[in-house]
Write a new protein. Sequence first.
Length: 187
Amino acid sequence: MKFAVVDIETTGLDPHKHEIIEIAILTNDEQYYAKVLPLNLEYADPKALEINGYNEKNWYGAISASVVAQKTSHLLEGRIIIGHNPSFDMSFLFELWDLYNCKPYIDRRYIDTVVLAREHLPKCRSYSLDNIRLYLGWDRLANHTALVDAWDTRKLFESLWRCPWWRRYYYRLRYAVVSFFGLRLDR
């Protein structure tokens, strides 16, 4: 089976109203990353733009949504999607593809790393990617960029998919030791 890790950044939470402004797709043999030129910033949620670090200067030369729609529809055709809450990301992609008349076949059964984290990472404060990074001791530099989030999602998937018992035990033991000494993982 062919897999693809997908992560997007958007101008808000509603795929019918907001837009993709950044996208990253990782396959076994290809990495695709693009900043997408937003067309309807008047509908953007200011908090979303703040979280994503959007500003016109950094998006100078961004690719048009129509080009991104064509490229992503071909790249994801027939692949199984892996993501951290992939239903959110894919709802925006399906909206984009509908807008530009792209009709890729995408299996709607996704692999969600949030579900894997809930199963294998006990007592994590929440299962946001930021908190999982803290829990596992990963670097949080440049988080909330599509490319970094996609690579971390892939790393999380590879760590937890068919996770052996000893790795689950290690995560629990690590959490117990950190908790015993009063250290906080959520800083």
